[in-house]
Design a binder for this molecule. Sequence first.
Ligand SMILES: CC(=O)N[C@H]1[C@@H](OP(=O)(O)OP(=O)(O)OC[C@H]2O[C@@H](n3ccc(=O)[nH]c3=O)[C@H](O)[C@@H]2O)O[C@H](CO)[C@@H](O)[C@@H]1O
Ligand SMILES: C=C(OP(=O)(O)O)C(=O)O
Length: 440
Amino acid sequence: MDLSPARTRDVDAVTVRPGRPLAGTVRVDGSKNAALPLLTAAASLGRGVRLSGIPASADVQRMLGLLEQAGYRVARPVAEPGAVIVTPQEHPAEAPDLADAARIRASYYLVAPLLAAYGQAALPWPGGCRIGDRGMELHFTVYEAFGDTVLLDDSGYRVLAADRGRGRDKVVLTLPFRSRGASIAAICRAVVAGSRLELGNPNLSPETTGVLAALRSAGWTARADSDTITLAPPLGIPAGTVAWAVPGDKIEAGTLACAIAATGGEGRVEGVAGSDLKVLAGLLDWAGIPVSLAPDAITVHRAHTMSGRPLRAVASLTPDGLDADFEPALMALALTLPGTHLFADDINPGRHGNLLPQLARLGAVVEELSPTRCRLAGPQRLNGTTVKATDIRTGSALLIAGLGARGATTVSGLDQLRRGHADLPAKLRALGADLTDVPR
Ligand SMILES: CC(=O)N[C@H]1[C@@H](OP(=O)(O)OP(=O)(O)OC[C@H]2O[C@@H](n3ccc(=O)[nH]c3=O)[C@H](O)[C@@H]2O)O[C@H](CO)[C@@H](O)[C@@H]1O
Ligand SMILES: C=C(OP(=O)(O)O)C(=O)O
């Protein structure tokens, strides 16, 4: 079953026209990047887990289909939209069809559930946003630390586990850099093995610590400090249903906050943990945009003076760093703010190569200091034209840019945007944006 809103599937492009400053209150959906690891962590547990807040974004819906192929039953209670119950199937398909795994980056999270169901995982190279040469070698180091064998070929990779995934009692491993994917891969692999894990130099983004918190509710002992994640299995299997909630999408909330600010508006974005937006809010504040954070919301207030300081948005994997996925929306916002603003994403080296040519089509002048660093002087007056969402965040940044451009900006390639957001245009409309669907 496809949970994506039927109305949006027939729409490939949206036309944005400038209008009044955005205002009002809007609620975000569950986070794609949090839902994907929570779903696969749930499958790795080997018992029924109920998850709520599953977003209708395409990548998450694809993951549900992949889990069904990979040996798990995914029940969707009709009375609770956005809820699923993931349980191991008694008789998993002999030859699972995992072709869709090539369409999403996070298909790498399926290794642990596949090892639990089959004792081996054979997957195509992952897809997702084309924002650079996105490696996997750290994941393989993780599996090898658990004693698994990893085989690679042109079309994909295989991970073979002895003893159906169980094995080492304790695995100690230090990552060379704080990869989110590899950190969560290690956590889920330990869950399948029922082993203790000591993971040095881990990723500590909310997506990772969210998986740890979820496992704690299933009886695991999980601790994280800036140097290490430690994990230990429950002494017995805790009774009762395990129920997890997917957190509200911090990137969707940050994108909407940037959109409100870019139009000089005032609005509240609800359903997101304010603590997930601390770094973004700090940057907005620095740039002269008053924001306040609540436990479950961010509010953007109207700036009374244009006395902000230049933005310096540097994507980072360090615990208090800026999540790379906020950067494109900040860049679109910076085009409306006075000062010379600097941007860097060394994590996703192809991101600027996607976004900058599209911004240039709108007349933006951005100086490329290197393929991953650029600076721009604002405010700039853009002129609407046709542009393309070549990845999720390029799509959302272009919608923001279109809100301030003269005339009509038509953003095509909405399938990319919908990989990460069920319906971002609807949320902008709820804040008063003038967006018109362009049918296929
Ligand atoms: C599904 C998901 O959550 N995707 C996010 C995840 O992607 P991604 O899976 O790329 O994130 P990681 O934190 O694991 O990787 C960070 C960087 O290291 C590279 N790398 C990673 C592992 C490896 O074995 N070898 C290697 O070279 C990646 O290609 C990437 O360039 O983090 C990115 C950076 O915060 C975000 O933009 C993505 O939205
Ligand atoms: C890069 C992203 O997604 P993925 O890693 O799934 O391609 C993103 O969410 O911006």
